[in-house]
Write a protein that binds this ligand. Structure first.
Ligand code: Y39
Ligand code: FE
Ligand code: FE
Ligand code: FE
Length: 238
């Protein structure tokens, strides 16, 4: 218990020491905030696309897509609160690899690949980033992010449940989609590492949290520990 209290205190001190109004903080925030806003926008669109690919679950998927637009509004407010203008052009470029792969998969009716990209990879990336951000966020953004991350777990759960039910038929496509898309995630993490560091978010912590979330998701779907080791580190060469 004392250990937990010390940890909480340490986190508190850490976020008190950050100057949220410094130019260097606001500059880094203009990109990270944009990434999150663009990510939420694309997630919104991706769940609408998934609702067309999975008409039996359209109602639930539309519900998820609406949550994503609320998340976007929340993060826009975080940027306004710090008087930061998000660099949305940078963010579009940042997501272009996963975006293109999702679009192509959707056009080919590859539901498994779409679910892997949005509901596993992007949701795990979001959960890792939001969990690492919460202790070092300004008070306004912390409250918003705490509300958002709870919902991201339910989006991840949607993908896990569907892929677990259809595991046998999906396995080969999951392997292939993982090989195609996981290296893109490591590249994205490298691209954002310096800006994240300015916000007091360490790259190692982001990688670790992502691997934990993603590994747990793969396990829930039905992969063996051996498969998970191989899949979750694919393309990671730091
Ligand atoms: O499902 C979702 O809501 C995910 C789209 C949102 C993307 C979040 C992307 C977070 C990456 C931030 C990297 C900061 C270090
Ligand atoms: Fe979201
Ligand atoms: Fe999100
Ligand atoms: Fe989400």
């Amino acid at each position: 218990m004392q250990q937990i209290l010390d940890q909480v205190k340490e986190i508190d001190v850490q976020s008190e020491e950050i100057d949220f109004q410094s130019e260097v903080y606001k500059d880094a925030y203009s990109r990270i905030n944009a990434i999150v806003i663009e990510g939420e926008q694309e997630a919104h669109e991706n769940y609408i696309t998934l609702s067309q690919l999975l008409p039996a679950q359209a109602e639930e998927l539309i519900r998820l897509s609406k949550m994503e637009s609320r998340h976007k509004k929340g993060f826009e407010a975080c940027g306004r609160n710090l008087k930061v203008t998000p660099d949305l052009e940078f963010a579009k470029e940042f997501f272009s690899g996963l975006h293109k792969n999702f679009q192509t998969a959707a056009a080919e009716g590859k539901i498994v690949t779409c679910l892997l990209i949005q509901s596993l990879i992007i949701e795990c990336f979001a959960i890792a980033a939001y969990n690492i951000y919460i202790p070092v966020a300004d008070d306004f953004a912390r409250k918003i992010t705490e509300g958002v991350v709870k919902e991201e777990y339910s989006h991840l759960n949607f993908g896990e449940v569907w892929l677990q039910k259809n595991f046998t038929e999906s396995k080969a496509e999951l392997e292939q989609a993982n090989r195609q898309n996981l290296p893109i995630v490591w590249k994205m993490l490298n691209e954002v590492a310096d800006d994240a560091k300015v916000l007091a978010m360490e790259k190692d912590a982001l990688v670790e949290d992502f691997m934990i979330q993603y590994g747990e998701a793969l396990s829930n779907i039905g992969f063996t520990t051996r498969d998970i080791m191989r899949l979750s580190a694919y393309g990671l060469a730091t």
